[in-house]
Design a protein around this ligand. Structure first.
Ligand code: GRF
Length: 193
């Protein structure tokens, strides 16, 4: 079984899609939801879906490795970042080599890096008058948005598209592809040990 921990700081719409997609799966179980925000909507989803959740404190996250103990309790062997805004500390990257992925709402390497999240990304794409945007799913290393790219797909942008329209188009891609890409990875490689 691939036991996934999903990290999210926000609304968790991607987390919900992933949870729904793997409900009843024989290969994948969402074992834990991790957030750094007590009020994150993703925690309500965890409750609704009866999935254990963990709220982490930023200082503790960086200064101790306590989260690894939690991971071993839930036998977590794969990590998915879905709108998690803190940089992942080195010990965690090292503990999950090629087993931690992130989704970014643009076509990296453009529009990535510190501060490039949420509407900041879509506004930058809009201001640059790009004809396309899209999503990037990539492995996580210890720099923002720089790990090896696993999957990208594009959407066309129209001249009249505002940042909100771009966000909507990109989100539709995220919801459609993120669970499927996770499934593909899990089918290609055995993460269960
Ligand atoms: C997504 O756009 C994702 O690409 C980015 O954070 C956002 C999370 O959105 N990393 P949601 O909380 O899943 O709705």
């Amino acid at each position: 079984m691939t036991n996934i921990a999903i990290f999210a700081s926000g609304t968790g719409s991607n987390a919900r899609k992933i949870i729904d997609y793997f409900e009843g799966s024989e290969n994948v179980k969402i074992r834990l939801i991790v957030s750094n925000k007590q009020t994150a909507k993703v925690l309500d989803i965890a409750k609704e879906k009866d999935i254990p959740s963990l709220v982490i404190n930023r200082t503790e996250f960086y200064q101790s490795e306590n989260i690894l103990e939690k991971f071993s309790i839930y036998e977590v062997n794969f990590v998915v970042l879905a709108g998690f805004l803190l940089l992942i500390p080195e010990y965690l990257v090292t503990a999950f080599p090629q087993r931690m992925i992130n989704i970014h709402p643009a076509l990296l390497p453009k529009y990535g890096g510190k501060g490039m999240f949420g509407m900041n990304v879509h506004k930058a794409v809009y201001e640059a008058q790009e004809k396309t945007s899209g999503i990037t799913i990539h492995y996580v290393n210890n720099a923002y948005d720089e790990g090896g790219i696993i999957f990208q797909t594009e959407c066309e942008l129209k001249e009249q598209d505002q940042p909100e329209d771009i966000a909507r188009k990109v989100q539709a891609l995220e919801h459609h592809y993120f669970p499927k890409v996770i499934e593909q990875l899990v089918l290609q490689k055995d993460y269960s040990s």
